[in-house]
Design a protein around this ligand. Structure first.
Ligand code: MTE
Ligand code: MO
Length: 414
């Protein structure tokens, strides 16, 4: 079964309530998320996903992911499967705007760096390995649309709940080292990333996505051109054999199946850079407001956020449990994670680790004794090094980006 590409620039048909009428898995998209937006729990898709939808090999090599769309393949990870400090490859979410290249030959793959550089160059993966320092870093990739499913009124696009985020260990070379080798010409302001995936329309030469970042971001020393993931090859859907990893910024900056980086003298204007893609209004808008495209700006750093990965949302729990999860904040560090089990009336600090390296998420935990049996929600609220805290309510925007509201995990305490 096919849902069709969810091109974030295309106007999909809407029903009379202004909701997306495109179906997912035979149900309306709202059907999937009904209730989830109210409580942040009972997300029925995992158990509710029709078996036929997951029966083909779209998710081969993945473990427990929830398929949101099978063409292109888009799949998220239930929060409790993100419990590991380092996300296993099998649990790294998949966000495809197009169709991955069918057959890739890592030995023949090349990366070309050109545009406003002193000396354009083309590198094979073995040349990258041989000519630059190889580094391994734990880095968060989070889709700009993670949490979109909770927007009210709803917005179109993939209906991510909590799980379009991961922190795998990436091995590669620093983009900064590669750019230092080719030289950056004065006047270069932005990168432009090109890749080998194809547009779902099948139109010759039409790119599914080509994003870029300001040169200063590209020169940050945790931005990698990565050829290994968790000590093994990249998964086919995570960009094999070569991708960018740009931690702290929308996942869309981390171009998969990377073939070319061009330096430009203007802000890159490739597909999904302009219009309303990965852009938000410069000011707060009322939920449902129409906003002129010229009032949108490119999303840069991702906001402070946290995830409760244990116990599992909706599970039963003993009277005393260890609650744990991760927290991250764009280019910053997280300075505190606070927990509430009484709907925000009172808060207690979690024990919080530092990041293993800049760009990694931070693990936190706390043992909690529930006062009596019953229904609880564990709320987690991270605060970052700039004092920014996760909000209660979504700062609504037309494309459903940047939802960093607190994660609320429901528990039945025996
Ligand atoms: N070539 C290419 N790169 C891409 C994409 C894509 O569709 N094509 N999707 C982007 C988006 S929107 C995100 S959130 C991340 C997701 O990375 P993942 O699929 O490995 O989790 O890849 C980015 N890189
Ligand atoms: Mo994304």
């Amino acid at each position: 079964m096919t849902n069709g590409p969810a091109d974030e620039e295309d106007d999909l048909p809407k029903d009379s309530h202004g909701q997306v009428s495109e179906s997912a898995g035979g149900m309306s998209r709202r059907g999937f998320v009904a209730g989830a937006g109210l409580l942040g729990l009972t997300i029925p898709f995992h158990s509710g996903m029709p078996a036929a939808l997951a029966s083909d090999d779209a998710l081969a090599g993945k473990d427990g992911l929830t398929l949101l769309n099978d063409w292109p393949v888009n799949a998220e990870t239930p929060a409790h499967l993100l419990d590991d400090a380092i996300t296993p490859t099998a649990r790294h979410f998949i966000r495809n705007n197009g169709l991955p290249p069918e057959e890739v030959d890592a030995a023949a793959w090349t990366l070309t760096v050109d545009g406003l550089v002193e000396s354009p160059a083309t590198f094979s993966i073995s040349e990258l390995r041989a000519q630059f320092e190889v580094v391994t870093l734990a880095l968060v990739i989070e889709c700009g649309g993670n949490g979109r499913a909770f927007f009210d009124p709803p917005v179109r696009g993939e209906q991510w709940t909590m799980g379009a985020v991961a922190c795998s260990e990436w091995t590669g070379v620093r983009l900064a080292d590669v750019l230092q080798r080719t030289g950056v010409r004065p006047g270069a302001v932005y990168t432009a990333h090109y890749s080998a995936d194809t547009h779902p329309s099948g139109e010759e030469g039409r790119l599914p996505i080509s994003r870029g970042v300001p040169i200063a971001k590209a020169m940050t020393d945790n931005v990698l051109v990565a050829f290994a993931m968790n000590g093994g090859p990249l998964h086919r859907h995570n960009g094999a054999p070569l991708r960018l990893v740009v931690p702290g910024w929308p996942g869309s900056c981390s171009q998969k199946w990377l073939r070319r980086i061009q330096l430009r003298d203007i802000v890159h204007d490739g597909p999904k850079m302009t219009g309303k893609s990965y852009r938000v209004p410069r000011y707060s808008v009322a939920p449902g407001d129409k906003v002129p495209t010229e009032d949108f700006e490119i999303i840069e750093r991702m906001p402070v956020k946290s995830l409760v990965t244990s116990p599992e949302n909706g599970a039963g729990a003993a009277r005393e449990v260890e609650v744990r999860g991760h927290a991250w904040s764009g280019d910053r560090t997280v300075s505190a994670v606070d927990l509430s089990i009484d709907f925000g009336k009172s808060w207690m600090a979690a024990e919080l680790d530092g990041p293993v390296n800049p760009g990694a998420w931070q693990n936190w935990r706390r043992s909690i004794a529930f006062p009596e049996a019953g229904y609880y929600e564990v709320w987690a609220r991270a605060t970052d090094s700039a004092g920014e805290m996760q909000p209660f309510a979504i700062d609504w925007n037309p494309k459903g980006y940047l939802n960093n509201t607190m994660h609320r995990a429901a528990l039945r305490v025996a």
